[in-house]
Design a protein around this ligand. Structure first.
Ligand code: ATP
Ligand code: MG
Length: 227
């Protein structure tokens, strides 16, 4: 099969509060190439830069320097509206903190990224996804009526609503018991195999990481392939 890069970064650096006393060099010279259809685990200690990297790859944060190519497009200096469009059409993202909207039901939370486009299949797909993450009977619940693991599963369904090319999952199973975590991972494996969705999963679960095709570990802002 022809290789097809979906993410490519060169010399990414991220410095928070540059030049200030509380400066943090969160990413150091990150070079990363990801091909379509890969299922990748990113592991590493707390504070090593995993979430920061994911936010940058999801075009939600700008690096201090370095370049990122997403689906063959250089996203540096890309106008905001074009960037939002790329994000909406190709990226699924789950935040470590879930980031659900409190005044919307589970079903609406799943649909919300696609409201601006409002495709005819939106509601059906949202219901199907909630079903697949085991929340078919929680669709009209609001976030405060859901357990932590259920919120996480809503966030996973939301990340898949736009039929993304790439899913960036930050601690996707972090709040789930091992049985439910494995179920979700099976769903990810299926989507990866059937739809060739590329997954980049940040996880502290080394067993889960071992089930991915490739492991990348981060340490103090630096990447190294393999654990
Ligand atoms: N907005 C910010 N301002 C300043 N420093 C930040 C900010 N966000 C993160 N940091 C710092 O950058 C470093 C990397 O943070 P990041 O959240 O990427 O780590 P992580 O690997 O995801 O950790 P965890 O496993 O705990 O989620 C940390 O030292 C953190 O304190
Ligand atoms: Mg994190």
């Amino acid at each position: 099969m022809m290789s097809e890069l979906v993410i490519s970064t060169k010399g990414l650096n991220l410095i928070y509060a540059a030049g200030k006393p509380n400066e943090v060099h969160a990413l150091r010279d990150v070079n990363l190439q990801i091909e379509k259809g890969e299922l990748i685990a990113i592991t590493g200690p707390s504070g090593s830069g995993k979430s920061s990297l994911l936010h940058i790859l999801g075009a939600m944060q700008t690096p201090t320097n370095g370049s990122i190519t997403l689906i063959g497009k250089d996203i540096q200096n890309m106008p905001r509206n074009q960037l939002s469009e790329i994000r909406r059409s190709t990226i699924g993202f789950t935040f470590q903190s879930f980031a659900l909207i409190n005044h919307l039901t589970a079903l609406d939370n799943v649909m919300v990224p696609m409201y601006p486009v409002n495709p005819p299949w939106l509601r059906d797909r949202a219901e199907e996804l909630l079903d697949r993450v085991g929340l078919g009977n929680r669709m009209s619940h609001y976030p405060h009526q859901l357990s932590g693991g259920e919120k996480q599963r809503v966030a996973i369904a939301r990340a898949l609503i736009n039929k993304p090319t790439i899913v960036l999952g930050d601690e996707i199973t972090g709040n789930l018991d091992s049985g439910t975590g494995l179920e979700i991972f099976k769903l990810i494996k299926d989507l990866n195999a059937d739809e060739r969705i590329t997954f980049l999963l940040v996880t502290h679960d080394l067993q889960l990481a071992a089930l991915c095709d490739r492991q990348i570990s981060m340490n103090d802002g630096k990447l190294s392939d393999q654990i």
